[in-house]
Write a protein that binds this ligand. Structure first.
Ligand SMILES: *[C@@H]1O[C@H](CO)[C@@H](O)[C@H](O)[C@H]1NC(C)=O
Ligand SMILES: *[C@@H]1O[C@H](CO)[C@@H](O)[C@H](O)[C@H]1NC(C)=O
Ligand SMILES: *[C@@H]1O[C@H](CO)[C@@H](O)[C@H](O)[C@H]1NC(C)=O
Ligand SMILES: *[C@@H]1O[C@H](CO)[C@@H](O)[C@H](O)[C@H]1NC(C)=O
Ligand SMILES: *[C@@H]1O[C@H](CO)[C@@H](O)[C@H](O)[C@H]1NC(C)=O
Ligand SMILES: *[C@@H]1O[C@H](CO)[C@@H](O)[C@H](O)[C@H]1NC(C)=O
Ligand SMILES: *[C@@H]1O[C@H](CO)[C@@H](O)[C@H](O)[C@H]1NC(C)=O
Ligand SMILES: *[C@@H]1O[C@H](CO)[C@@H](O)[C@H](O)[C@H]1NC(C)=O
Ligand SMILES: *[C@@H]1O[C@H](CO)[C@@H](O)[C@H](O)[C@H]1NC(C)=O
Ligand SMILES: *[C@@H]1O[C@H](CO)[C@@H](O)[C@H](O)[C@H]1NC(C)=O
Ligand SMILES: *[C@@H]1O[C@H](CO)[C@@H](O)[C@H](O)[C@H]1NC(C)=O
Ligand SMILES: *[C@@H]1O[C@H](CO)[C@@H](O)[C@H](O)[C@H]1NC(C)=O
Length: 327
């Protein structure tokens, strides 16, 4: 039985192959005609399994890594036309990246803060193409969202040698034909501050002049600004004192501190009586003058965030009274 059946199977297989079996190509064709939908499903699954993670997992991660590995350098910051709740910002920044991808970065609203503290405003960062050295310019009116936080920023800018400016936002990114994805933009730029106006000097001063604003003294002050920040301080009033005794106030009109050396004129009201009374304590008639910020007014409005920063400022200069009196 076993011997009979074996050749029969072989024979039937041989007959089928020789006589009834169609060509390889048509067999494949028939197979596909019958099973095409299985292949289609498998293809779709493979495409989804391979492409979806690439597009929706790897690509966003790569995009985020690209943004994480970029850096931010502020090359110019101009704060002008301040009001108690807003100011005009004209700022230039350079994006550094070593990636070979140059995706389009969409415009987004960036929260601006001193790194680690509450944001003081939102700034609309324009669309740009991410390549190394791209210059991004911002020029807009900015509403303050937290005046206290902006006062802290102004204090840091005026008082410190360096401070950290953070920009945070969710930004759209698109690389070639890939879909748009959203990344977190969180970058901190280290900026130079005014460093307490270190180097401030009273270049000259004359007492006993009749000035148009009704004051009795005038002079020239030198204010160096090592930062890239330009800030409009408006009409500034400063307190003058000697050894904790007030001798008067100084006024600087329409002051804008620009990067570099600022040489500006001032007027002052100096109590000649008070000064005369203390001269005996200073043998050379050289008075050590302490200068602190009193207030600042811009377009008839007191600007509290700038005044707050200036109140912390303590400048020391010396006044040769003999020279100031024209001696
Ligand atoms: C990007 O940086 C943030 C921290 O700033 C980190 O939490 C995140 O994991 C980083 N993402 C990638 C993809 O490197
Ligand atoms: C450049 O690439 C390296 C890794 O390849 C990374 O550590 C670095 O943060 C990147 N970014 C910049 C701005 O140099
Ligand atoms: C902003 O700053 C740039 C560069 O200093 C200057 O060219 C431009 O005129 C400024 N814009 C305004 C509105 O002041
Ligand atoms: C920013 O990144 C660029 C490109 O990688 C690099 O040349 C530059 O030194 C970086 N600047 C800072 C301040 O890290
Ligand atoms: C700022 O606030 C004023 C009203 O307080 C509003 O009219 C103006 O559109 C705001 N500007 C921006 C840039 O949000
Ligand atoms: C405003 O800023 C101050 C100082 O940084 C902070 O203490 C306060 O929580 C902030 N307020 C809001 C509403 O974020
Ligand atoms: C931005 O990144 C810093 C660390 O690089 C982190 O401490 C901070 O919490 C981040 N900001 C936000 C809003 O997540
Ligand atoms: C400064 O004032 C203190 C008292 O407040 C006085 O003892 C001291 O002699 C004064 N110094 C000068 C140089 O006048
Ligand atoms: C600013 O003045 C200092 C001397 O006080 C001088 O060394 C420096 O070159 C000046 N800088 C500019 C930009 O004029
Ligand atoms: C500003 O000057 C006025 C006098 O003109 C004085 O009463 C006031 O206390 C001063 N304020 C500050 C913060 O120095
Ligand atoms: C400063 O005061 C003068 C005279 O009072 C005025 O003409 C000018 O507009 C004021 N400047 C600002 C920025 O408010
Ligand atoms: C003060 O000024 C007078 C007059 O200009 C001058 O003779 C004197 O040398 C000056 N004193 C000092 C310490 O510079």
């Amino acid at each position: 039985m076993a011997g009979d059946s074996k050749p029969e199977v072989v024979e039937s297989a041989g007959v089928g192959a020789a006589a009834a079996r169609p060509s390889f190509g048509s067999r494949v064709g028939t197979h596909f005609k019958r099973w095409w939908w299985v292949y289609l499903i498998v293809l779709i699954v493979v495409v989804l399994v391979v492409v979806l993670p690439v597009v929706y997992v790897a690509y966003p991660k790569m995009a985020q890594t690209l943004v994480n590995n970029s850096n931010l350098t502020v090359t110019m910051m101009d704060i002008s036309d301040p009001s108690p709740s807003s100011f005009t910002l004209n700022q230039t920044q350079v994006i550094g990246t070593n990636s070979s991808y140059h995706p389009t970065m969409y415009s987004f609203s960036g929260a601006v803060s001193l790194a680690g503290l509450a944001a003081f405003a939102h700034v609309q960062i324009p669309k740009f193409n991410a390549h190394n050295g791209v210059v991004v310019e911002v020029d807009q009116r900015v509403n303050l969202t937290n005046v206290t936080a902006f006062a802290d920023f102004c204090r840091a800018a005026i008082m410190s040698e360096e401070f950290q400016l953070n920009v945070y936002g969710r930004q759209g990114l698109k690389e070639d034909s890939l879909p748009k994805t959203t990344v977190t933009y969180n970058h901190t730029a280290t900026m130079k501050g005014f460093n307490k106006l270190d180097g401030f000097d009273l270049l000259d001063m004359s007492i006993g002049t009749n000035n148009s604003d009704g004051t009795n003294a005038k002079g020239t002050v030198y204010i160096p600004n090592p930062s890239v920040i330009s800030i409009a301080l408006g009409n500034l009033t400063l307190n003058l004192s000697v050894n904790n005794t007030a001798i008067g106030q100084a006024y600087i009109y329409d002051l804008t501190l620009r990067p570099g050396n600022n040489t500006v004129t001032m007027t002052a009201n100096v109590s000649e009586l008070t000064v005369a009374g203390m001269l005996s304590d200073y043998p050379n008639y050289i008075l050590p003058i302490d200068i602190t910020g009193n207030s600042t007014v811009y377009d008839n409005q007191v600007i509290p965030y700038i005044a707050g920063a200036l109140a912390d400022l303590e400048l020391r200069t010396s006044l040769n009274v003999t020279k100031a009196l024209g001696g």
